[in-house]
Ligand binder design. Structure first.
Ligand SMILES: Nc1ncnc2c1ncn2[C@@H]1O[C@H](COP(=O)(O)OP(=O)(O)OP(=O)(O)O)[C@@H](O)[C@H]1O
Ligand SMILES: [Mg+2]
Length: 508
């Protein structure tokens, strides 16, 4: 029994005699409690009631030879596979992917550092069939910060970084801090890219083979642009018209052809029929839709950007190159953004085609914005497939896995292409997902119940890494300098009073 009465509980209005009685009662209770406390000897003897509550061994552990100290215990050797050991003793954490590669942060379960390098893992890790990476998570969880850290640290490992899709323009600062190049494209900006630029012939390519390769790339590009604007596949006669227009333009121009040259020939029915040697005059007529589709790039909202000689030349030695598309696609229609990205990535891919160009990363930030466009998905898919041959790791950043499903209805080509991109990513990094997305995420990635529950709770900077079927929960560690460079929350913080527009006007 413990003394719990206190003079403080005496009501303030109590008279002197009742206070004295309360103090007496408290003193009495304290005395009784002290008398009932067991003595040291009592505790040593114990009693029958408390026997099962007593610890079996003293705090210092089991005494004598059986204490397992001093190497005196001999147990029979028992061998088992690690698969059985992890079942027999399930409280094991993953050993990590080794110390080679780019430092990411802390493996939350193993309490060790976590390093990752898709080029290092390729060929060493069972089931790691390609270096491509998918990164998904809700807004503001640190996806771009992770991609930027990977880029920054990869440069230190000698890799080069290309960012063909930067719809928020947030990579410009990173690129300039790392000594890279940025090309900003948008109405009124001086940057121009000619997507029909022919890259330098890679080492070991025959002159004739290379001319054929360049022609094929140009045809694919103009076809993709037309398909994006038309929202449908091209008819056979439209393919022929494109072929004819491209070949004629290449043959007659002394310089690198421009999209405007091709569109002009497609729009001139008589000339196209004459060039094609088509006496029935059907080709010129069939090419009218095509001519109008290309017009958007020449006279529409993208006028000038992709229809002039490039203002920048590709510098293969620059550590980083990003294409800032933040001035495009802000009006809710992403077609302009997709066309620009198609042209920009075609220009970049031409330069990336050199298999002797070293190991490179290609990062598509905010890729969810372009996933609905089948023509662009096709181009991305071919890059994904070529990744191993060219020494490229593609990193695609989206919000949720269902972004991939929005590429088309079940069974459609767009959907198949988007799902193919997921299949071709041996590394999937999942940042926090909304509760309504958990089931779809678990289904698409084959997550266990525990993993699914973890994904719902992940705080900022922490992600579930699925690397060729192995799982890690990793906290991305940011250096203070990186934190400052990658900060995208600045506009959400309160502005100091002296820097508000009203104060600045007053000061002026
Ligand atoms: N590991 C981290 N530790 C501390 N801060 C972080 C970490 N990761 C990201 N942040 C901070 O969180 C903010 C949001 O990060 P980030 O822009 O990368 O989010 P995001 O997931 O790309 O968002 P969005 O979907 O809007 O593009 C940034 O200001 C960044 O500095
Ligand atoms: Mg981001």
């Amino acid at each position: 029994m413990r003394a719990s009465a206190s003079p403080l509980f005496t009501p303030s209005a109590a008279d002197r005699s009742s206070r004295r009685a309360a103090r007496k009662a408290l003193a009495e209770a304290r005395r009784t409690a002290r008398d009932q406390r067991p003595t040291r000897r009592d505790r040593g003897q114990g009693d029958a009631d408390g026997a099962e509550l007593r610890a079996a061994y003293p705090v210092a552990g089991r005494p004598g030879a059986a204490s397992a100290r001093g190497g005196k215990v001999k147990l029979a050797a028992h061998r088992m596979t690690t698969a059985i050991a992890s079942g027999a003793y399930p409280f094991l954490a993953e050993g990590g992917l080794g110390a080679h590669g780019i430092y990411i942060g802390r493996d939350v379960h193993a309490e060790g550092s976590f390093c990752f390098d898709p080029f290092e893992l390729y060929g060493k890790l069972d089931g790691f069939t390609n270096p491509n990476i998918l990164l998904a998570g809700v807004i503001g969880m640190g996806k771009s910060a992770l991609a930027k850290s990977l880029a920054l640290r990869a440069i230190a490992h000698g890799y080069r970084i290309y960012v063909p899709c930067d719809p928020k323009g947030e990579w410009t600062q990173v690129s300039s801090a790392l000594g890279g190049q940025t090309i900003a494209l948008g109405p009124g900006l001086p940057g121009r890219l000619n997507p029909l630029d022919a890259p330098a012939r890679p080492h070991g390519f025959d002159e004739q083979d290379w001319t054929g390769e360049v022609r094929k790339r140009r045809l694919m590009l103009v076809g993709s642009l037309a398909r994006t604007v038309l929202g449908r596949d091209l008819h056979p006669m439209e393919h022929t018209a494109l072929d004819v227009a491209l070949d004629h333009t290449t043959a007659t121009q002394q310089r690198t052809p421009l999209l405007g040259d091709i569109a002009q020939l497609l729009g001139n029915q008589d000339e196209l029929n004459h060039v094609a040697g088509d006496p029935t005059a059907q080709l010129g007529h069939a090419a009218q839709d095509l001519a109008h589709a290309l017009r958007r790039l020449i006279h529409g909202d993208l006028a000038g950007m992709f229809d002039a000689p490039s203002t920048v030349s590709f510098d293969p030695t620059a550590p980083m190159l990003s294409i800032d598309l933040s001035r495009l696609g802000s009006a809710g229609d992403d077609t302009g953004l997709v066309l620009a990205m198609t042209c920009a990535s075609a220009w970049m891919e031409a330069a990336l085609a050199d298999p002797t160009g070293g190991r490179r990363w290609v990062i598509y930030d905010e890729a969810w914005r372009v996933l609905r466009h089948t023509a662009l998905l096709e181009r991305m898919q071919s890059q994904w497939k070529l990744a191993r041959g060219l020494g490229i790791a593609n990193l695609m950043v989206i919000h949720r896995l269902s972004d991939l499903l929005s590429a088309g209805d079940a069974g459609s080509r767009g959907r198949a292409l988007a799902e193919g991109l997921l299949t071709d990513c041996s590394t999937r990094i999942i940042y926090r997902q909304e509760a309504d997305q958990l089931a779809a995420t678990a289904h698409l990635l084959g997550l266990t119940g525990v993993e699914t529950a973890a994904v719902a709770q992940l705080p900022r900077g922490r992600g579930l890494w699925k690397v060729a079927g192995r799982s890690f929960v990793t906290h991305h560690a940011l250096h203070p300098a990186e934190l400052q460079l990658f900060d995208t929350d600045a506009r959400l913080r309160p502005v100091p009073v002296e820097a508000t527009p009203a104060r600045l006007r007053e000061a002026a």
